[in-house]
Design a protein around this ligand. Sequence first.
Ligand SMILES: [Zn+2]
Length: 325
Amino acid sequence: MGFRFRKSVNFGPLRVNFSKSGIGYSVGGKGFRATKKAGGGFRTTASIPGTGISYVRDYSSSGKQKSSGKSSPPSSSGPINQTPPPSGGKKRRKWPYIVAAVLVVGMIGSCVQNDDTDQVSGGGFTAPVSSSISTSEMEAPAITSLSLDCDQAIELDVKDTQSIPVLVLEEGADATDVEFTSSAPDVLTFTPQDDNGTLVGVATPKAEGTAEISVSAGDVKSQIVTITVIDSERIAAEEAAKKAAEEEAARKAAEEAAAQQAAQQAAQQQQQSQQSQSNGRTVYITPTGKRYHYDNHCNDGTYIPSTLAEALAKGLTPCKKCAGG
Ligand SMILES: [Zn+2]
């Protein structure tokens, strides 16, 4: 595979092109351009911007028509100078003529872009030419490289689309036959779009999943870009549902813990209350007896009412007959 080198430098309307085959010049702007080709000869191109229609004239370096398009005899309505083409008898330096011609033709061309004249002249240079109108760029350079100007992997929401610029070399190559491919059209489609003269691919998601996209022109292929389509709304909804379930579970656990604690407290309180109740219950004692009685008629005795707590504090023990001792 050969090494390629292309470089252009602009000086106002003048552009100098450096390439493997030499140095070329062109002058002009949108709508009109006159080019001195590196390999010799020059070309003028008049175009109607945005229509793809262009008007191309090719000249050989000797001033003779080079293109094989339709030709017609020189018109008598052409510009004044009718000097015949320079003869090939004597080797002449052609550069000054060519540069001058390019500049003059540039000036003429910018004034009379769609003039039907079949002759142009300037600076002693006269050339019969042919005219041709084409609907696509004639002799466009072949595509040598294609690439997608984006990351290797992209995540895209199912509701969004993404425009990816397609970088096409050589500059000015006809990109109408570039094919756009998606490995999974049911997940994502990838279609061409002209964005103000720049070729872009539009990635349009259809469903969640993964698709590999690329562009190609014959054997020239771009890199493969992987696009993962996600539905962020679904993911958010699932996360919200999961969070709600977790919160509900936590709330239930807290409720159960609280209920358990409440039950425990209630049981404790009941126990305490029962204990305090039993400690406070009335028992019957005698000033000298070692027992306390629940029955104040036990053994027909005479008793003094007291509390169980007091009786226990005095070291009295329960009567075997009436207090379960
Ligand atoms: Zn008793």
